[in-house]
Design a protein around this ligand. Structure first.
Ligand code: PEP
Ligand code: MG
Length: 614
């Protein structure tokens, strides 16, 4: 493997001036720990910028449709605020008292208010597009509110009027965001060492973050294994998601501590807490250094069983971290990044170059390319713009045209990607993996296309690897897990995707904070599916790995080893701790432990066993 310099460490010391405690009282908010590490820094992102509006005027005939768009945006905004309102109960009482009236005021403004009446009028009479109508009306109202200040008005009253005007602007911004479906993407002004705090962060937005500048992330929305969490772990940015009431609790100039290991956000930490956090930053860095020493040691149990530990790659900027981690190769290359944050679908040459660079950078270590897995919360504008997929907000893509289903429906998209992977695979060992498989027919159809693409490339004179890279599948639906014996006849290998397997088995959205408590990879139903698929693969002598987030949790390593698994792929930072867990395990003990776990039907009992409490 070519070794390149890793990026600077995330948990660097911040200048003392921003580490001083602020005057405001400390508030501690609980969330879901999604990416380990401690970050201390000034917060950024309290107010989302107004999305850019390109369309101003409409034709008279379009006015009714424009009104309907506004109605839909109002309904969506109301839904979001109502949800926020219910989640406030998770906050300390003081914060509830402060925030609840604000949300109520927002909700009133979305009712039969002057803002909504005025915006409708600007659409029907002024023939303005809905976005422009909302923003202009909000500006007019905010201006009128401020104009109430007479020459003798006190500074305090003036500030009150300013605040009311800002509230109107804020609700207008929410409406416009829902009208344009504009993601939160304004990271340009993010100061170095800051903590990004927002309502929700889409995976595509997370992909735009620069981990060398950003100290940490905290958001109100999000679940433990959603794609945003996966992305933040990959970037090595300490992060807490699902923090109820966070954006509302925030004031400009706040200082925050994000504890991505404990799942806690502290706003305006006291001097004592700040000192504690600083010590935790140093302890985390020391632990990382200790783990780094494991890099060259074999991943082998005490009784000599070899275990393959690979890394998952979401973004090419992870390559140095992967090379540093001592990973065997890339066990899951999520190719979605190539399709995100762009308006058109990348062509074959563009894809080939990116894939080839990765294969070459891995210097002979194997790379498993997973073909495009659009769906779930991974919105991809380029595909919507090309008319290939419906807009993500209009459908439930998790149960719809996701993964291999979409690719079989759009063979050109599939063939282009396969051709690019096959060309890149001439530069080093590779495998190709299909996402969201539920039946044998999908694999057969995919293989036919795969072989056809290879024949065509050869006719075209492309130099390909003599033997086609193995074509395997993700086991990430209960349907696939329970058909594993049949699928093993048509697939060259399995990779168990425990993130979606958990979500689909338990009917829980993996990125949704409201049901985060129900998302449990240790639920016996999920474990039984993992066991069933693993045993089928071993019987049929097919390589099998786990590449969902479970693979990177060192506490679960003995259990997974005991179920017969010997290959794991995880975020690069998890490779050393998992290696340590492998090196201190004995297969015989693991098998006994797994047997005891599989006898349990209570997920809480399993969690206690895994935590070593039983
Ligand atoms: C999974 O579902 O476990 C998986 C690895 O795929 P993704 O997280 O990309 O959906
Ligand atoms: Mg998946």
């Amino acid at each position: 493997m070519n070794r390149t310099e890793p990026p600077p460490p995330q948990h660097r010391r911040l200048p003392a001036r921003i580490l001083r405690a602020t005057e405001r009282p400390e508030s501690v908010l609980a969330g879901i720990a999604v990416s380990p590490g401690i970050a201390i820094g000034p917060v950024f992102g309290t107010a989302e910028p107004t999305p850019e509006i390109t369309r101003q005027k409409i034709q008279a005939a379009d006015a009714p449709a424009e009104g309907a768009r506004l109605d839909a945006a109002i309904a969506q905004s109301r839904k979001q605020l109502a949800k926020l309102r219910t989640r406030l109960t998770a906050l300390p009482e003081d914060s509830q008292v402060e925030i609840a009236p604000l949300i109520d005021a927002y909700l009133r403004m979305l009712g039969p208010s002057r803002l909504i009446r005025g915006a409708r009028q600007r659409i029907s009479e002024g023939l303005l597009a809905a976005e422009a109508a909302v923003l202009r009306e909000a500006e007019a109202i905010a201006g009128a509110i401020l104009a109430q200040a007479a020459p003798g008005t006190s500074a305090e009253d003036r500030a009150g009027l300013q605040r009311r005007g800002d509230e109107v602007r804020e609700i207008a911004r929410r409406l416009v965001r829902n009208l344009t479906r504009a993601p939160f993407q304004s990271f340009a002004g993010l100061p170095e060492g800051a903590i990004l705090i927002c309502e929700a962060l889409r995976p595509a937005d997370a992909a735009l973050l620069d981990p060398s500048r950003l100290a940490g992330v905290a958001a109100e929305e999000g679940g433990a294994d959603g794609h945003t969490a996966v992305m933040l772990r990959a970037l090595g940015v300490p992060a807490v998601l699902g923090v109820a009431g966070l954006p509302q609790a925030l004031r400009p100039g706040d200082l925050a501590v994000v504890d991505g290991s404990a799942g806690e956000v502290v706003l305006n930490p006291s001097p004592a807490r700040l000192a504690l956090a600083r010590r935790a930053v140093s302890a985390f860095a020391r632990e990382r250094q200790r783990f780094a020493k494991l890099r060259r040691l074999p991943a082998e149990t005490l009784d000599g069983a070899g275990v393959e530990l690979s890394a998952n790659l979401e973004l090419p900027l992870e390559l140095p971290l992967i090379q540093q981690s001592g990973a065997f190769g890339i066990g899951l290359l999520r190719t979605e990044f190539l399709f995100m944050n762009r308006e058109t679908v990348p062509d074959e040459d563009t894809q080939t170059e990116v894939y080839r660079n990765i294969v070459e950078a891995m210097g002979g270590a194997p790379v498993t390319f997973r073909v495009l897995d659009w769906g779930g919360e991974k919105g991809i504008e380029a595909l919507s713009a090309a008319g290939i997929v419906p807009d993500i907000a209009d459908t439930n893509p998790a149960l719809g045209l996701r993964g291999i289903r979409l690719l079989l429906r759009w063979p050109e998209l599939f063939e282009t990607q396969l051709a690019a992977i096959l060309r890149a695979a001439a530069a080093g060992p590779a495998r190709v993996m299909l996402p969201m498989v539920t039946n044998v027919e999908e694999v057969r159809a995919a293989r036919e296309i795969y072989e056809r693409v290879a024949r065509r490339l050869r006719r075209r004179g492309e130099r390909l690897a003599e033997k086609l890279p193995p074509l395997g599948i993700m086991i990430e639906t209960p349907g696939a897990a329970l058909s594993a014996d049949a699928l093993a006849l048509v697939a060259d290998f399995f990779a168990i995707g425990t993130n979606d397997l958990t979500a689909y088995t338990l009917a829980v959205d993996r990125g949704e904070s409201d049901v985060a408590e129900l998302y449990d990879p240790l639920h016996p139903a999920v474990l039984r599916l993992v066991q069933f698929a693993t045993e089928a693969a071993l019987r049929m002598r097919r390589p099998v790995s786990v590449c969902g987030e479970m693979a990177g949790d060192a506490r679960l390593t003995p259990l997974l080893l005991g179920l017969g698994l010997r290959s794991f792929s995880m975020n690069a930072a998890a490779v050393p701790p998992v290696k340590q867990a492998v090196r201190t395990a004995r297969i015989e003990d693991c098998v006994r432990f797994a047997r005891r776990v599989m006898e349990q039907s209570d997920p809480r009992a399993i969690a206690a066993m895994v935590a070593g409490e039983k």
